[in-house]
Write a protein that binds this ligand. Structure first.
Ligand code: BTN
Length: 247
């Protein structure tokens, strides 16, 4: 991983560059990093603010020999890597909100976007992109995000060296990924659960079609979200959003 790192000053989105490179046969482990993204994107077609030099805006190309149905596991794997590195570097205690948000003190500091190209039950490639808010001051966050977002600087009052953080993330990712390919998902799952919500926590599930109250029941072996609804049935979810009440 990271044998080939493409570093750009400013791009529309590192996801776009990564898809282009993957289609031109870029090898497994190719990394695209930008100092600034002019149209960074998040899940659900949302915008991702990626100010120049303030955070980590990175996409990686993976070509894992796993079933496309297991791709969600890689999002959760990435979340544990980011949580581990944030914790080991800053000593902050991150919380992972399924599937892909890293929260600190209940505010989002990082997000992950996984996009896959698969044909006939075979993965051609996966692009995993993540954004981490590192050195923004509170007044540098966009107005509409101030309530919901944070950065490592806001939480620690320190500036953090972006280059060293990236190195740490890539190293940790490589070790965790190799371990996953060799031993499968169980270890990632328990690590994820150690950073996730406690089971039984009351949450609101929002999907494109509906919204309902449920309680968090952990994650499934394929990386899906498990929730228990009011009538005590357990549902398995592959997409959607969680809202929760602060307790
Ligand atoms: C989310 O939480 O909605 C996912 C955010 C993903 C943002 C990263 S930044 C690097 C890569 N390039 C993008 O345009 N998006 C991802």
């Amino acid at each position: 991983l990271g044998k080939k790192i493409i570093h750009k000053d400013s791009v529309s989105s590192t996801q776009v560059i990564a898809h282009q490179a993957a289609q031109e046969n870029a090898e497994h482990g190719t990394i695209i990093i930008a100092d600034e993204q002019t149209s960074g994107r998040g899940r659900m077609n949302r915008e991702w603010h990626s100010a120049n030099g303030k955070g980590i805006w990175l996409s990686m190309i993976l070509r894992p020999a796993i079933s496309p149905y297991l791709a969600p596991q890689l999002t959760l794997l990435t979340a544990t890597v980011l949580a581990d590195v944030v914790n080991s570097c800053t000593t902050l205690k991150p919380l992972i909100k399924w599937p892909n948000d890293i929260l600190i003190n209940n505010k989002k500091t990082a997000g992950i976007l996984t996009e896959m190209q698969a044909e006939q039950d075979q993965i051609q490639y996966i692009v995993i992109g993540f954004g981490i808010n590192v050195n923004q001051k509170r007044d540098e966050l966009p107005e509409d995000l101030k309530r919901k977002a944070t950065s490592l600087k806001i939480e620690t009052k320190n500036n953090w060296p972006i280059k060293e953080l990236i190195q740490e993330i890539l190293q940790t990712f490589e070790n965790t990924y190799d371990d996953y390919i060799a031993h499968g998902f169980p270890e990632i799952k328990s690590k994820w659960e150690s950073y996730g919500f406690k089971t039984g926590k009351n949450i609101t599930i929002k999907t494109l079609r509906e919204q309902y109250e449920a309680s968090f029941s952990g994650i499934a072996d394929d990386g899906a979200l498990l929730v228990k609804t009011k009538d005590n049935t357990v549902k398995k979810l592959y997409s959607g959003e969680i809202d929760w009440f602060q307790e």
